[in-house]
Design a protein around this ligand. Structure first.
Ligand code: KG4
Ligand code: ZN
Length: 340
């Protein structure tokens, strides 16, 4: 099964071809980050327009580089949600139309399933069942993944997603977009002793998260330093360090609980925030060697390019589902901006 995957849910146009025998045959990605950075965040209408301009040339590029003709493709998978409605419609329209023109089936893929399955693209990939920590700009979820499509929500953020919290904290300090990588780089030079931020919702049982309180804490800390305009480079680094540690430690505590609760031996981490180096190191340290209460856990994540949005994860999720016999039954072009 050889599937063309199309991702346009937010600010990356991603295209790839995945073959269930041969693996990734080709991939291309255009990031709109530079375009949106001027506005301090993603502008939905600009995102849609840019996807329209980039998508077909990227499909042509991937097909040419992989030396593939339309007759070599068995199906087209596209992100149908969740995401920005206009951006999703660009990918869905293109995918559905190409599939009709090429006489192959199409399949709507859930963006978060793409993220969840991405770690399975790596060598020595984990097998089901495992716990998945999905941490992106729009989601923070812990899932019990028992098989393809058999996912059970263990806990999720009741307000801001972890990535969103990074982005907002960066904005408060007058830093650029997206905030995650910037905060993470600054935190390297931060003094871990200067500020301590709270670890929200870790003092009560359960696997849900809440990150919006960290925003207020961050704002108050900035105010105590004299306001955003008065921050020195060291102030910013120290705040970034305390903020990152609070998010990371909160995620680590909840992941440990999820491993104890399910008894699974592997934790799979995906989504943009899973690129965070401190999070990777702390999870490996906290879960890798085990304790009296918890057997050693294998922590797996995708290579950095497959952590953030990309076409490969959509081609892969689509190929697995199509190989299992699934395909879209109608010619409709439908997207779901919200998709539980
Ligand atoms: O998965 P993704 O590319 O897009 C969504 O589906 O949301 O995730 C983007 C999010 C952004 O909020 C960004 O700030 C965050 O991932 N991010 C990071 C890092 N790299 C990206 N957060 C923390 N540390 C990083 N190194
Ligand atoms: Zn994503």
């Amino acid at each position: 099964m050889r599937v063309l995957g199309i991702e346009t849910s937010c600010d990356e146009t991603g295209v790839a071809v995945y073959d269930t025998e041969a693996g990734i045959l080709g991939q291309a990605l255009h990031s709109q980050i530079a375009m949106h950075a001027r506005h301090g965040g993603v502008v939905p209408e600009l995102a849609s327009r840019d996807h329209i301009q980039r998508l077909i040339p990227l499909v042509e590029q991937v097909m040419a580089e992989a030396q593939l003709a339309p007759t070599d493709i068995d199906g087209i998978a596209y992100t149908a949600g969740p995401g920005l409605a206009g951006a999703l419609l660009v990918g869905a329209s293109a995918a559905r139309t190409l599939a009709f023109g090429w006489g192959v089936p199409a399949l709507a893929v859930h963006h978060m399933e793409g993220h969840l399955l991405a770690p399975l693209l790596e060598d020595d990939a984990p097998t089901f069942p495992f716990v998945a920590l999905l941490v992106s700009g729009g989601h923070t979820q812990l899932l019990d993944a028992r098989g393809l499509g058999d996912y059970h929500l263990l806990g999720e953020s009741l307000d801001d997603a972890a990535g969103e919290a990074f982005d907002k904290a960066a904005k408060m300090m007058g830093l650029g977009y997206p905030g995650g990588p910037i905060i993470s780089a600054l935190a390297e030079h931060g003094d871990p002793e200067r500020f301590t931020f709270p670890r929200p919702m870790t003092d009560r049982p359960g696997l849900d998260f809440s990150f919006s309180g960290l925003k207020t804490y961050c704002l108050n800390t900035i105010a105590a330093c004299g306001g955003a305009a008065a921050l020195s480079d060291q102030d910013r680094a120290d705040i970034a360090r305390a903020f990152e540690e609070a998010v990371v430690e909160t995620l680590v505590i909840k992941c440990r609980r999820a491993m104890q609760q399910t008894g699974h031996g592997s934790l799979v981490m995906a989504g943009g925030v899973s690129a965070n180096r401190r999070l990777r190191a702390r999870l490996a340290e906290a879960l890798g060697s085990g304790t009296r209460a918890l057997a050693p856990v294998r922590v797996c994540y995708p290579r950095p390019q497959l952590c953030t949005d990309n076409g490969v994860m959509i081609a892969f999720a689509g190929a697995l589902r199509m190989a299992a016999g699934e395909q879209q039954q109608d010619l409709g072009i439908a997207v779901r901006a919200r998709w539980p």
